[in-house]
Design a protein around this ligand. Structure first.
Ligand SMILES: O=C(CO)[C@H](O)[C@H](O)COP(=O)(O)O
Length: 406
């Protein structure tokens, strides 16, 4: 048994079909027995007190199930000697039994830390639990986020310094071993996965949600002034962050402008725009049938109308049941869109989705929607949206979910 707490980084000296030799002074000076190399538990066949090199036995099974199938002399590997009774558990219980080989799909530098995104085989995903433990190349790590087909782990400076994980880049393969408890629970015969799912659903959450329960959470989020992300896979192929207009705070508008980075617009039920005498912008409109109306500012404002506080105040006034035409200057800096009278049944756009969500949350039919743009200027797609939703703590729903449950 190991603990995923790496004692040294060794260097592969030689490897053939049934042996691997690694320069690892600490481990080579230890007692013969087993050793964990990049998360693979192996039997030591020879230690070299004089050469700093240990040799361990490889089998065809081990090579087939791990990255040791392609290991080469010169590769640096994480080395851990087995636990003795009474040793501190520096990480978590690691068996050295690799369950799957995953692929590093993305590496994000985050100040002095680094985030690895790893795509495991589909069969392994149920064993990856947010905030649970996982051994990656033998290193005990906490799962930061789980997205549809991948998960992330955050590497703090101490881990980057003490392990060979610092050398990983996109495309590299890694050995994965799930947390022992998760592995055991998943094998329990009476479907504990469902029970765990129910517990998780009752917790504060973010990321992909669906079904009636997901919808309830999303509506609760909106009515408390929070945001929800809506993915439209088929029509525009874009995802929007939406807020309820009546609850819009200045910091929410700042978030849209500085992090979400798309074009914030204000979907309204058509009767609201009629009442406020805010007319459509003439022209054939965009290629998806969105209905932009004349942009407005609050007539009582004293600035340019551009600040987050002023734009949020303009949106809140648009949502106010007692607002009238004279409350707004035309043109301004807040861009209303008219939803179709038949709502989502007539058109499955973000405009209609925003209005429908506000109404279902018991709020006036005015909201804000803003497309999620990646930091490189491209529009966020499904995987980017799932990552963003987890980062920002937002529930992510499909337009189709809304059509089914609103
Ligand atoms: O602001 C927009 C277009 O100008 C956005 O695309 C927004 O998502 C609303 O449009 P739609 O209802 O077509 O999804």
């Amino acid at each position: 048994m190991f603990t995923g707490h790496i004692q040294e980084i060794g260097t592969v000296i030689a490897v053939d079909h049934d042996r691997i030799a690694v320069r690892a002074p600490k481990a080579a000076a230890g007692t013969p027995g087993s050793i964990c190399l990049n998360g693979v538990g192996l039997m030591i066949v020879q230690t070299g007190h004089e050469t700093d090199v240990l040799e361990a036995r490889l089998t065809a099974e081990t090579r087939r199930r791990s990255t040791l199938d392609q290991i080469r002399p010169g590769t640096r590997v994480n080395v851990e000697a087995p636990l003795a009774l009474g040793d501190p558990l520096g990480g978590h219980l690691v068996q050295g039994a690799v369950d799957a080989v995953g692929k590093v799909v993305r590496v994000d530098d985050e100040g002095t830390s680094r985030r690895l995104w790893i795509k495991p085989p589909d069969r392994f995903l149920p064993l990856v639990v947010p905030k649970g433990q996982i051994a990656v190349d033998g290193v005990s790590l906490t799962v930061a986020e789980v997205s549809r087909d991948r998960f992330s782990v955050a590497l703090i400076p101490a881990t980057l310094q003490a392990t060979a994980l610092a050398e990983l880049s996109a495309g590299d393969r890694v050995n994965l071993e799930p947390d022992l408890l998760t592995r055991l629970v998943r094998r329990w015969p009476s479907d504990p996965g469902r029970a765990v799912g129910q517990v998780v659903a009752a917790l504060p959450w973010a990321g992909r949600v669906s079904g009636g329960q997901g919808m309830q959470k999303a509506l609760a989020q909106l009515s408390s002034g929070g945001a929800v992300m809506i993915w439209d896979p088929d029509r525009e192929g874009e995802g929007d962050v939406i807020f309820a207009g009546a609850r819009l705070r200045p910091e929410a508008f700042t978030f849209l402008l500085t992090q979400v980075c798309g074009h914030p617009t204000v979907p309204c039920a058509p009767e609201i725009l009629d009442r406020l005498e805010i007319g459509p912008i003439p022209g054939p409109g965009d290629r998806h049938g969105t209905r932009p109306h004349v942009p407005v500012d609050l007539a009582t404002g004293t600035g340019t109308g551009v600040s987050a506080a002023e734009r949020a105040a303009t949106v809140r006034r648009l949502a106010h049941p007692e607002a009238g035409p004279a409350d707004f200057l035309r043109p301004g800096h807040v861009f209303p869109l008219a939803a179709r009278p038949g709502g989502l049944a007539e058109r499955a756009g973000h405009t209609e989705a925003t209005v429908a969500m506000c109404m279902a949350a018991g709020l006036p039919p005015v909201g804000v929607c803003c497309e999620v743009m990646n930091p490189d200027g491209t529009m966020a797609k499904a995987a980017d949206l799932e990552i963003a939703a987890l980062r920002w703590g937002l529930p992510l729903l499909d337009v189709d979910d809304l059509r089914k449950h609103l």
